[in-house]
Ligand binder design. Structure first.
Ligand SMILES: Cc1cc2nc3c(=O)[nH]c(=O)nc-3n(C[C@H](O)[C@H](O)[C@H](O)COP(=O)(O)OP(=O)(O)OC[C@H]3O[C@@H](n4cnc5c(N)ncnc54)[C@H](O)[C@@H]3O)c2cc1C
Length: 483
């Protein structure tokens, strides 16, 4: 079969891949591109996850695209509304026509003599191998494995007579109405599931090894909704977006500068929501500082309300073993359950699990350094969309897409066919790409590319700095080598 060539191959049709398509179409209209998507649907995360109550845990004014206003009343939106937003964006901009579904990319090899990537994908259930060539490869493949979530090995799990389900594998036939449910975990998924399942279950217990910071925010942003009534949608959206960017940056900065003050503030909020008799110290007071791990957000304090109403409770303990009837804890207590939900996290994955070679040399991502949070040392013509850990994913992805378009246009204008970030400053030292102390990060961090001690290799996790570095600074910066 003849091999199809495109200027840009985007991998993934999630929030980032669809955004990348719109940016490419707007800013590089004379370049051809395809979006190779392993699944048979648009939306990535927002199509995959089907557990009860699935929602964003950051506001849609910053999780939404810069180019498409979020116009619904709820700032903390439910999964189906986010999926609709991505689908409608793809349809309205004609990006859906660029998607090749059922194309799971396995390998990509760069040839400097041809200045091309050869991208190999497996298509459909028969896993037929198809190849494309492209001048630039844009990985929008998210950050975790779609095959399965992370579940620790729980002793005795096979003896449990009820149902065990991981949120990533949720199906409509998980029946929990009137049943006793235990949700293992205390991250964003657990705090979403618990209040939602408590509406139907006999009781929901959130079983955590250690507490997480939980902050309540209004599901609706009164200022944003007010602005939308008085201003054109784009202006109102732009103002709300900046308001929330600055609010996020302020609280993150304050958490770094004055962690004890922020800790006090968060715990005061929890105490006010749960009342003076609740054991906030045991169940909601982490041993680490705010933003050493992701802070969990609950809309309108729904988790606290479920606890206060008695529909849900929190147990902070360790699992000794699963039993026929539930879980025995290290303290000796037993939790009886009909359904156990293992909200124990994701398996992080680098670059969609794609094997890369450059001129016949295999690339180990962990040996590379991350340039501007999107490209990799000595890997030509490849970028990846990776969001913030302390703010909405899309804020960074929009900037990344804008930068990739600038880079492509710069190369075209100067007749370059190859761009490669080079580590040409020996004084820059290596640091881990992510500094969160969370288990899911620490389990996988060794596989990830490193960051450097200074720009352009340093990840500042700061929208304002990135805006300057990605939107306004020169593409020819002495680190990016053009050929
Ligand atoms: C439950 C949950 C809630 C979240 N809530 C928030 C939130 O509120 N705010 C926030 O900022 N972030 C949130 N995140 C992070 C979230 O993943 C991002 O916000 C965003 O959805 C990521 O979009 P993406 O397109 O980059 O990746 P994904 O949504 O993961 O999409 C990646 C796409 O690439 C495809 N793909 C991957 N590898 C390959 C391959 N090798 N070949 C072909 N196709 C491939 C996948 O099939 C998928 O369609 C959440 C994550 C989860 C899991």
């Amino acid at each position: 079969m003849p091999i199809e060539h495109v200027d840009v191959a985007v991998v993934g049709a999630g929030l980032s891949g669809i955004g990348a398509g719109v940016h490419l179409q707007k800013n590089c209209p004379d370049r051809t591109f395809v979006i190779l998507e392993g699944r048979d649907a648009i939306g990535g995360t927002w199509d995959l996850f089907r557990y009860p109550g699935i929602r964003s845990d950051s506001d849609m004014y910053t999780l939404g695209y810069s180019f498409r206003p979020w116009t619904q009343a709820k700032a903390i939106a439910d999964g189906p509304s986010i999926l609709d937003y991505i689908r409608e964006t793809a349809k309205d901009y004609g990006i859906d026509r660029k998607i090749r579904y059922g194309h799971s990319v396995k390998r990509a090899s760069w040839s400097s003599s041809d200045a091309r990537w050869t991208v190999e994908a497996e298509r459909g259930p028969a896993r037929e191998v198809v190849r494309f060539t492209c001048s630039f490869l844009f990985m929008c493949s998210g950050y975790y494995s779609y095959r399965s979530g992370y579940t620790p090995e729980f002793p005795g799990v096979e003896s449990f007579r009820g149902r065990v389900v991981h949120p990533q594998k949720w199906t409509d036939d998980v029946d929990y109405a009137g049943k006793r449910v235990v949700v293992i975990g205390s991250g964003a998924t657990a705090v979403t599931l618990v209040p939602e399942m408590a509406k139907k279950a006999a009781h929901v217990t959130m079983l955590q090894r250690s507490p997480t910071y939980v902050v309540s925010l209004p599901a609706e942003d009164a200022v944003a909704n007010g602005l939308r009534r008085h201003l054109p949608p784009r202006v109102a959206y732009g103002v709300s977006r900046w308001k929330n960017v600055l609010r996020g940056m302020f609280f993150f900065g304050l958490s770094r500068r004055a962690p004890r003050r922020v800790k006090k503030l968060i715990l005061r909020g929890v105490r006010e929501a749960l009342g003076p008799d609740y054991d906030v110290r045991t169940h909601f007071t982490p041993t680490y500082d705010p933003w050493d791990q992701r802070v969990c957000l609950v809309p309108d304090g729904d988790l606290f309300k479920a606890i206060k109403d008695g529909g849900a409770s929190v147990v902070t303990d360790r699992i000794e073993t699963f039993t026929e009837k539930g879980i025995r804890l290290r303290s000796g207590a037993e939790l009886e359950a009909d359904v156990i939900v293992t909200a124990t996290g994701l398996n992080l994955e680098v670059l969609g699990g794609v094997e890369l070679t450059v001129d016949g040399r295999s690339i180990d991502p962990s040996k590379t350094m991350n340039y501007k949070g999107m490209m990799y040392s000595d890997v030509p013509n490849l970028a990846s969309a990776f969001g913030y850990t302390n703010a909405s994913w899309t804020l960074k992805c929009d900037l990344t897409c804008g930068y990739v378009c600038r880079l492509l246009n710069h190369m075209k204008a100067h007749g370059y066919r190859q761009c490669t970030p080079r580590r040409n400053d020996p004084s820059i030292t290596e640091e881990p790409a992510l500094t969160f102390s969370s288990g899911y990060v620490q389990r996988s961090i060794a596989k990830f590319p490193k960051q450097g001690s200074r720009a352009p290799w340093k990840l500042y996790q700061n929208y304002a700095l990135d805006l300057v570095a990605l939107k306004y600074s020169a593409v020819e910066d002495g680190t990016m080598e053009f050929a």
